[in-house]
Each structure stands twice: as C-alpha cells, then as structure tokens.
Design a protein around this ligand. Structure first.
Ligand SMILES: [Zn+2]
Length: 253
C-alpha cells in the first residue's frame, strides 16, 4: 500500500546518498525521529529550496511505498537563519539537533520536544546569556522524555533529603546520593551544594525567557553541562559531547 502523508518538523541531519540524493534525518510532530530520502536534493535549484536547511521548520509531504519514505515536497514555515550570525547561537542551535540525533530513539513521537527546540531557537536569537542554562535544561527534558529524569532532591538510594555537602550525583543510579550511600553507588559525580541548588532551580523554572545565569552561576552551569552530558550519554547509550567541547569543534554544516 502506498500513500501520501504530510507532517511538519525539523531536519536533524542530512547525508549524501547516490549521485544526487540525500538521506534526511527528520524530527516531526506526528512521527518523531525518522529518515527519509530527498531525491535530487543535491542538484542546484532542486524543489526542496531551503526546507532541508539547518534551522528550518517546514511542512513536508511524504510518499511511502515500501522502505524509506520519499520527501515529495517541503515548504518552509519558519526559518531561524539568524542563528548563523554568531558562533555561539549557531552551535547552541545545532547542539539541540545533535542531542536528539544521538540519544533519542527512532519512531517515538514527542511533540513537546519539537516545540521546545523551536522555542529555544527563538530564545537563543535574543538571549545569548541564557544558552548554557537552557542547554542543561533541554537535556534534562530529553531525559524526562526518555523516562530517565534524575532524582534531584532525595538520595536516590535511601530517600534521605540531601541537605549538605559532600553530595554526589550517581550517573548509574539516576540521581543524587547522600554521603553515606555514595560508597556503594557507581559513577559518582561530585556536586557542590550551590551546583545542586542551581540545578534544582533550573528544573523548577518554567521554560522560557526567565532562565538566565548570573556571572556567579556561570561556573555552576559549566559543571552541570558536563554532568548532564555524561548522564544522557550513559542513559541514552550513545555519547554526546558536553556543550563546551561541542563549541570547540568545527562548524559541521
Ligand atoms: Zn542515601
């Protein structure tokens, strides 16, 4: 049975296929992450225009017969091209795609994460100072969607409330552990009380323009960046770099 379907979404990545085609990894509203073929997408003046470009949000028409769907048509709904104007925005915008590409499973519909990417792109255009906190938050939201949101208040092993230092985050146990339980827990990541408080506050704040980091918290977010990257790599079973390392890379598009 063959059929046409339409869906809207973003491009996580594309790779060359055959002489003139591309395989496109998409993240869409109805279907989540999947791959489709864009025939002739590498020809100059092809019918897809900018709909397959980085930072495009587009409506696509697919044709499915057997195997991978074909992208028949792409129509841009919104283009966040100004993210390309500064390296920090660009890399922050692209980092969201990298996380979904690496750790999110195929064929799992997750509309909220799609909307979150669009919202974060919008925020990155105006608030560069919020990039790092929001990237920490995004990865926690991805962990939530994967069903592995970490415990941040009580010791994940004995359920005692964490009140002082030393405190640790156990990447293997999925949350904070108290000093006495830390001896048996695996893959420990030490946290200062301030870092833990910053993390708790970040999770409690509704996602939006309110999330900013003061200069003092900046150090805490640099630590949390490393922590959530390690946590999501462990839980998602595929390595993602922390954002600081990602920033140091070459621009890939
Ligand atoms: Zn404990």
């Amino acid at each position: 049975m063959s059929r046409y379907t339409s869906d809207e979404g973003i491009v996580l990545k594309t790779s060359e296929f055959g002489e003139i085609d591309r395989i496109v990894t998409l993240f869409t509203r109805k279907r989540g992450k999947f791959q489709a073929i864009a025939k002739g997408a590498r020809k100059v003046g092809n019918r897809f225009g900018a709909s397959l470009d980085l930072f495009s949000f587009s409506e696509f028409l697919f044709y499915t017969a057997s195997g991978m769907p074909l992208i028949v048509q792409g129509k841009i709904q919104k283009l966040f091209r100004d993210l390309l104007r500064t390296p920090l925005r660009w890399m922050a915008g692209e980092y969201l795609l990298c996380v979904l590409d690496r750790v999110f499973p195929f064929e799992r519909r997750e509309e909220e994460l799609l909307d979150e990417v669009l919202m974060l792109w919008e925020i990155f255009l105006r608030h560069e100072e919020a990039v790092l906190p929001l990237l920490v938050r995004f990865r926690l939201d991805v962990a939530r969607a994967l069903g592995v949101f970490p415990e941040l208040r009580e010791c994940v092993r004995c359920r005692k409330k964490i009140t002082g230092t030393p405190c640790f985050f156990s990447i293997a146990s999925g949350g904070v552990v108290c000093d006495s339980c830390s001896r048996e827990a695996q893959r420990l990541f030490p946290l200062s009380l301030r870092e833990l408080e910053v993390l708790q506050a970040l999770v409690d704040t509704p996602l939006g323009y309110g999330v900013k980091s003061s200069q003092e918290d900046r150090k805490a977010f640099e630590v949390l960046d490393v922590l959530v990257a390690q946590y999501l790599s462990y839980q998602g079973e595929r390595k993602i770099p922390d954002f600081s390392s990602f920033l140091g890379r070459e621009l890939s598009w």
